[in-house]
Design a protein around this ligand. Structure first.
Ligand code: SF4
Length: 426
């Protein structure tokens, strides 16, 4: 989502007549779009800011701005007080003020008018065949470890008319693959439901309805979305996984395999509910790739509770997991109510055990791809080796040439590792 926000900010800066440069020494404006999800990400921001501010000493007209999650959650400006000399410090949603602020700081820059909703700013995309489309921002769930509701505010859903307008425009300009983004993407509620087609077969879940509408946009070939919450994986959303353009992959965060820890995390579902949801998904789409997010070493997590995470991992037979060692974030409910009492060494040990289980399972599952033909959207070609994602979001490499970039091709797999499938184009 931050990447998509950066694409929007780039679009605003371009409209003001600015161009991107390779070296920071050549820049007139530097904006740092920050992530607060882990402490280490936030700590790095101070280091980067220091470098930019040193540059400003030699180049006084340089504008240095910090945006994203850090200013979003820093309501008392405690972190800002450590960033002397920063010209702009604003949460993501205020990016629409950039033209005004920048033209005040540098009269050579021309101001432009923008809609008050930053989501209506069309992003600049790195390539024409893939795009992120944000459909929702913020979150009302307040998982106890999570900084997002503080950094991005409560849930806000983008208008259906605006989403479909962006999708149609992307399709006309050659976009093949969309990734729909939302903090709880499957909790999307259209503020303007009158724009749903009368033929839409879904009646209850607006996200399933949206998926059906986008499936009917000519030119779009692949639809991917992240991140759903298990609570809202109802029958309609599960059914929508079978829509023709839906990728054969779902990323469904679980965070822990232990019901008590899930309760403490305020995830609002238990272990059994998650496992049942996965069963329902696989009944509908047996070969779907499944990914998740897991936090190890949450406050008070015992060895036995961690073992529950390992056993859930094996039972769900995930293809991939983004595993994190719990990092306390100031301002969250967990930071106020619980003690971060699992030692760093123990968190690392649990993380390593989980990584080993993940890699064993992924390697075993990838072996099933030997001899199988997969569809690949080629996104890179370097020195005669093309790369892209399959419909299962597996990374695939094969010999080819740069003319294949931006095309969907078929590749027969003949070699696998944990993270790469290799083969020959058919
Ligand atoms: S659902 Fe929980 S983890 Fe996800 S953004 Fe909302 S509060 Fe954070």
């Amino acid at each position: 989502m931050n990447k998509n926000d950066s694409e929007r900010m780039e679009s605003i800066l371009q409209s003001m007549g600015l161009k991107s440069v390779e070296k920071m020494e050549d820049a007139d404006v530097i904006l740092l779009n920050t992530c607060s999800v882990r402490e280490s990400a936030e700590n790095r921001i101070f280091g980067h800011a220091e470098t930019f501010l040193k540059l400003k000493e030699q180049k006084p007209h340089l504008v240095v701005g910090i945006t994203g999650c850090m200013p979003g959650r820093d309501v008392k400006q405690a972190m800002k007080s450590r960033l002397h000399g920063v010209d702009l410090y604003f949460p993501t949603k205020d990016m629409i003020m950039l033209p005004k602020w920048l033209s005040e700081l540098n009269p050579n820059l021309r101001p432009i008018d923008l809609d008050k909703d930053y989501l209506s700013v069309r992003p600049v995309h790195n390539n024409s065949f893939q795009a992120f489309v944000t459909i929702q921002t913020g979150c009302n769930h307040f998982c106890t470890y999570c900084v997002v509701p503080f950094a991005r505010g409560t849930e806000g859903n983008r208008s259906l008319e605006s989403i479909l307008g962006e999708v149609r425009d992307l399709a006309v300009h050659g976009c093949l693959e969309l990734t729909l983004l939302g903090q709880i993407v499957n909790h999307y509620i259209a503020p303007d439901p009158k724009f749903f087609s009368k033929k839409n077969p879904y009646t209850k879940n607006d996200f399933a309805k949206l998926l059906w509408e986008i499936n009917n946009v000519d030119g779009i070939e692949r639809i991917h979305w992240t991140a759903p919450h298990p609570l809202y994986m109802d029958d309609e959303v599960i059914d929508a996984l079978t829509l023709p353009k839906q990728v054969n992959y779902i990323h469904l965060p679980v965070q822990s395999g232990n019901t008590e820890i899930l309760k403490k995390m305020n995830r609002r579902h238990d272990r059994e509910f998650y496992i049942d949801t996965v069963k329902k998904i696989r009944e509908k789409k047996p070969n779907i790739g499944l990914g998740t997010d897991i936090i190890v070493g949450f406050c008070g997590e015992t060895e036995g509770q961690f073992e529950d995470t390992l056993s859930l991992y094996k039972e769900c037979d995930f293809d991939i997991s983004y595993n994190a060692q719990y990092s306390q974030r100031s301002g969250t409910v967990a930071a106020k109510m619980f003690v971060d009492d699992v030692s760093k060494i123990e968190k690392k040990r649990r993380w390593e055990r989980l990584q080993v289980v993940m890699e064993e399972i992924t390697f075993r599952k990838n072996q099933l791809y030997i001899g199988v033909e997969v569809s690949v959207l080629v996104d890179i070609c370097v020195d005669g080796v093309c790369g892209g994602n399959s419909l299962e979001m597996k990374r695939v490499n094969f010999p080819g040439n740069e003319h294949l970039v931006g095309h969907i091709v078929h590749v027969r797999i003949n070699h696998i590792t944990e993270w790469i499938l290799s083969g020959e184009m058919i």
